[in-house]
Design a protein around this ligand. Structure first.
Ligand SMILES: Nc1ncnc2c1ncn2[C@@H]1O[C@H](COP(=O)(O)OP(=O)(O)O)[C@@H](O)[C@H]1O
Ligand SMILES: [Mg+2]
Length: 315
């Protein structure tokens, strides 16, 4: 910070069920920091391009400047997946001998199940995490459950299984090199050796990310919920999963609180129920900072509304 050009990036992540307001709150947070002179990047992996909708600006797969200090990118999970499949999955798929060790669920050998695009997107997250170009990096939609299992990859690679993978890959690399010097046979490029290196790079990336994610000084993990039973249950589950991975939650954001309106009996009823749920939330999540945002009659999109929500959050 002392003019050395080295930044200590702060990370903000938002988790919660679909529709509770993660994208809106992440975007409002990004705008808030950008307005305060922090160079901010917001990243989304939502294939529905919700970030573009939120900022009312077309974003896309390359980092784009939206205004002063505000940058955004929408990772295309399909594209991330094909890149990932090309690079990593062939290496893992080749390892037939690993099947039956109970690792299939975690590392998706077939590469066809829906989880792999999440993992690929998460791997992109991890890549951006290493970037030193921003003061603030915000992830709209934090990894939970399935994707977080990815964080255990370094342990697996370090275990005897990992050692076997390495030996096996190195050995095949050796054979491939041998083939190249022989005058007969196919000259195939030495892609197996490349595989070991790539696995090392990924392992390194995950280990660093794990360190950052569990560091309270750097990571601000927020749970977004609405004052409804289902949303509360889901948040409790997420909280437990995060605990398992040693990732601390900082703030619980209660969104869409119905404002008082005596002329509307429906609103009054609904508000009463919400207040009961909010009480429950205050009880259940008393160890965390709590933020509350009212339900607006307008949709939260466009810079004006995002600024308004940003003020509700941070002033
Ligand atoms: N406090 C709020 N008041 C009014 N509308 C809101 C509020 N928070 C979110 N919304 C609206 O709810 C919808 C879902 O929000 P979004 O941020 O996309 O949720 P998520 O990313 O969690 O799926 C959007 O149309 C958004 O404009
Ligand atoms: Mg969203």
């Amino acid at each position: 910070m002392l003019g050395l050009g080295k930044r200590e990036t702060q990370f903000y992540l938002f988790a919660g069920k679909g529709g509770v307001g993660k994208t809106s709150i992440a975007a409002a947070t990004a705008l808030h920091f950008a307005n305060r002179g922090k160079k901010t990047l917001i990243i989304s992996t939502d294939p529905a391009h919700s970030l573009s909708d939120s900022f009312e600006t077309k974003i896309g797969g390359e980092i784009q400047k939206l205004r002063k200090n505000l940058f955004a990118v929408e990772i295309d999970p399909k594209k991330a997946m094909s890149e990932y499949k090309e690079k990593i999955m062939p290496q893992i798929e080749k390892l037939d001998f690993l099947k039956g060790l109970g690792l299939e669920d975690t590392f998706d050998f077939a590469g066809n199940t829906p989880g792999i695009d999440e993992m690929a997107a998460f791997d992109k997250f991890l890549q951006y995490m290493q970037s030193k170009d921003y003061d603030i990096i915000i992830f709209d939609t934090a990894p939970t459950g399935h994707t977080l299992r990815f964080l255990s990859l370094p342990d697996v690679l370090d275990s005897w299984v990992g050692k076997m993978i390495n030996i096996r890959l190195k050995f095949s690399g050796f054979i491939n090199t041998f083939k190249k010097i022989l005058p007969f046979g196919e000259t195939k490029k030495d892609d197996q050796k490349l595989g070991t290196e790539q696995l090392e790079v990924i392992k390194e990336r995950i280990e660093q990310a794990r360190k950052i994610l569990s560091d309270k000084e750097k990571t601000h993990f927020n749970l977004v919920l609405i004052p409804e039973a289902m949303s509360i249950y889901e948040s409790e589950r997420s909280l437990n999963v995060l605990k398992e991975y040693g990732i601390p939650i900082e703030t619980v954001v209660v969104n869409q609180l119905i404002p008082e309106n005596r002329k509307c009996p429906f609103c009054t009823e609904k508000r009463k129920l919400q207040q009961e749920r909010t009480k429950e939330i205050r009880n259940k999540f008393k160890d965390y900072k709590l933020m509350e945002i009212p339900l607006h009659k307008e949709e939260v999109k466009g810079f004006g509304m995002l600024e308004k929500v940003g003020k509700e959050l941070y002033s």
